[in-house]
Design a protein. Structure first.
Lengths: 319, 292
């Protein structure tokens, strides 16, 4: 019952956050040089044409009225029409988003598969050389601009060794993308690197915390072997909060995808966004921002709820 | 008797001497501090010892490999790469420091105001922070680059405005615990204003949290500065920064001119690592909550 009330309150909060995001995006739309009219009619349009357009589109009405109108079109799933591609933004996003999800989910999975054992190993070998080496490496991975890392990988693995192609798989559907797994290696590794750095730190901290808990001492006193304790108890208890952290990590994953897609020419939402920025295609830009923000809010919501359910100690402290 | 008369708050005074000792024992943090100082010397004093022309092109000296008069070679328009590393580092460090500090200031004020006000004001202010965190900074920066190309001051402002959210959460949490302390309640009961409560008690007692947050903010800001040229927001040539040098060297790197990208890349990684190590050390020394 308490959990249900929490769920309801947390969902209401998430809706408020999404509403604020729409206000921000709406303001950005109106902060554009010349406003939407200049964007659609182009730099050659005369003042009269712009005035007529503004009147047609209701852009001469008070801003709050326009905002309500904007919200109504959003609720109908209408994100506007691309200036350059002459296609509905929602349709473009619908085509590109699955491919970006393939890339980000793969990066997240690979990142976690590396980070979790590394973090546990560090915790067990705390303050020994292995711990220091991995800590240093995570610092370096975290501090490397994604595009620099991608470039170095291409120089080494494509130019020197010729193991992997420098271009990501092309294709319209996720299935076509999976058909060329070798080409996915470099983009996924590039996307996963900072993930390994951050999540091995979380896993190390969570494991250390659990290792100092009473139940571990009890298990040890009862004669359980270190390995058994680690895998039966500590692993499970440390993993859940770390997995929940994934929800908070969604914006970073999307930010990474933006760079990785541009670097490896992977036709997902990041590349769509990138080319929209080059051609000042504002409906596409703001539509993408909106979709990504909603995804992030949902991710955070899920993370909070998961944490609350799996760990009864987490009370509704985060107001 | 003396124990009864003692009214000084036991928890309020952070022991800076103990913290300093803890910090200096952290080898990684001290190394980080050394790296930052070395880079500051390199970028700001270095040009006095190794004076180069970073404004005019020198087409007789383009794309030279490292060696001879040019220790790190030259770029596609004949700029000495070592001198350019110093010159670009100035911009990267200045913009990173300024943006990181600006973000911390905005975040501190926002977080303290929200936490102190409480109630629905706090709720609304924190939902704004949630909304800001939901929009990835790189996307906002790319939208801004589609609209305009800011000058250096504008760049600092933009970077500060997209990265104040995490410190605001930390300072708010700190304010929530501080505002119910006896000395704040006493001040309010004796007629002190809210502003006074915030500026005299809450902010000074949050200094350790703020300093730790600022250090991580600077690390993140320097990394973000490395992205802005790549995103098309960077300082314009002939001025440059490490990120600009990297972006400019991207294609050159494919034709084997590694010296155009490896030095600025390593410089960014080293400095960001160093600030993160300092932040880790400060966080452990002050024993406050903070990132990671």
């Amino acid at each position: 019952m308490e959990t249900l009330a929490y769920l309801a309150r947390r969902t209401a909060q998430a809706l408020v956050v999404i509403l604020i995001v729409t206000v921000v995006v709406f303001c950005l739309l109106h902060a554009l040089p010349g406003g939407p009219a200049r964007g659609i009619l182009g730099p050659q349009a005369t003042a009269q044409q712009i005035a007529a357009f503004d009147h047609d589109q209701g852009l001469d009405r008070p801003l709050p009225v326009q905002y309500v109108y904007y919200l109504r079109t959003l609720l109908h799933g209408d994100l506007g029409t691309s200036y350059t591609l002459n296609e509905a933004v929602s349709q473009l996003v619908g085509q590109r988003l699955p491919k970006t999800l393939v890339l980000t989910v793969l990066s997240a999975v690979v990142g976690l598969l590396l980070a979790v054992p590394l973090g546990m190993w560090q915790a067990v070998r705390r303050n020994k050389p292995a711990d220091y080496v991995i800590t240093t490496l995570s610092f370096v991975a975290y501090s490397t601009p994604v595009y620099f890392l991608g470039l170095i990988l291409v120089l080494v693995f494509t130019q020197e060794l010729n193991w992997f192609p420098s271009q990501a798989p092309q294709g319209d559907t996720p299935a076509q993308v999976f058909a060329d797994p070798v080409a996915l290696v470099l983009p996924v590794v590039t996307g996963a690197a900072s993930m390994v750095a951050v999540f091995s730190r979380y896993m190390r901290a969570a494991t250390l915390e659990n290792l100092s808990e009473d139940y571990v001492r009890t298990a040890r006193a009862g004669g359980s072997r270190q390995g058994a304790i680690l895998f039966r108890h500590v692993f499970r208890n440390s993993l859940t909060p770390v997995i929940a952290m994934l929800g908070y990590y969604v914006p970073v994953l999307f930010g990474g995808a933006l760079v990785v897609e541009q670097l490896f020419n992977y036709p997902g939402m990041g590349l769509l966004f990138w080319s929209a920025a080059q051609s000042s295609d504002y409906p596409v830009l703001l539509g993408c921002v909106l979709v990504i923000s909603v995804a992030t809010v949902v991710g955070t919501l899920l993370a909070d709820v998961v944490q609350r359910i799996v760990d009864p100690r987490v009370k509704a402290g985060r107001a | 008797m003396t124990a009864v008369l003692q009214t000084a708050p036991v928890e309020a005074v952070p022991n800076y001497r103990v913290s300093l000792r803890k910090f200096t024992r952290n080898k990684l943090a001290v190394a980080g501090l050394a790296v930052v100082l070395l880079f500051l010397l390199f970028c700001f004093v270095g040009p006095l010892l190794h004076s180069t022309d970073q404004t005019h092109t020198d087409l007789g000296q383009v794309n030279l490999a490292p060696g001879g008069a040019h220790w790190l070679g030259t770029d596609a328009v004949g700029h000495d790469e070592l001198g350019r590393l110093m010159y670009g580092g100035k911009v990267s460090l200045l913009v990173g420091l300024a943006a990181g500090i600006l973000a911390t200031v905005i975040g501190t004020l926002w977080g303290a105001a929200a936490g102190y006000a409480g109630g629905w004001v706090d709720a609304v202010m924190m939902r704004v922070v949630d909304a800001g965190i939901a929009i990835p900074a790189l996307f906002i920066l790319l939208v801004v680059s589609a609209i305009t190309t800011p000058d250096t001051a504008g760049l600092i402002l933009v970077l500060g405005l997209v990265s104040w959210l995490v410190p605001s959460r930390l300072v708010r949490a700190e304010t929530l615990t501080l505002k119910s302390r006896d000395y704040v309640l006493t001040l309010r009961a004796t007629g002190g204003t809210h502003t006074r409560a915030i500026t005299r008690h809450i902010l000074p007692n949050s200094v350790s949290t703020i300093v730790v947050a600022a250090t991580f903010q600077v690390a993140d800001a320097i990394l973000l500065v490395a992205y802005v040229s790549y995103l098309g927001l960077g300082v314009q040539p002939p001025k440059t920064d490490w990120g600009g040098m990297l972006s400019a060297g991207l294609t050159a790197a494919y034709s084997g001119r590694w010296w155009l990208i490896v030095p600025p890349g390593l410089a960014i990684i080293l400095v960001v690592c160093a600030f993160n190590a300092i932040g880790d050390g400060l966080r452990d020394a002050f024993d406050v909550r903070g990132r990671g």
